[in-house]
Design a binder for this molecule. Structure first.
Ligand SMILES: [Cu+2]
Length: 105
């Protein structure tokens, strides 16, 4: 039994981390599409954020050091989010209530 547990631990330690993924996010006036995004747990996620609205937008999460800067209408930005183990919400600091939540699954 002890040997089986040891083997299982070794397998976990050697498991490759999930491959990085890229997801497209659209910024509109004033919502992100989608507002909830499921991502693979433990994988780095690159978001391509395109501003499809008429107003400036951004996508920010200070504690994860994520900030696209201001994205002008028609422009885009890319940010890479470190692997998540819990849902994380990112906001547009220019518009109250404009947010997107990444849910690791
Ligand atoms: Cu905004």
């Amino acid at each position: 039994m002890a040997r089986l547990r040891w083997a299982a631990g070794l397998l976990t330690a050697c498991a490759p981390e999930p491959a990085a993924v890229t997801e497209a996010v659209i910024a509109r006036d004033n919502t992100f599409v989608p507002e909830t995004l499921r991502v693979p747990e433990g994988a780095p996620v690159t978001l391509t954020v395109t501003n499809d609205g008429a107003a400036d937008h951004n996508l920010v999460r200070p504690d994860l050091d994520i900030d696209t800067g201001v994205i002008a209408p028609g422009a885009g930005a890319m940010v890479t989010i470190p692997p998540l183990t819990h849902p994380a919400t990112f906001v547009c600091t220019l518009h109250t209530g404009m947010a997107i939540t990444l849910v690791p699954t």
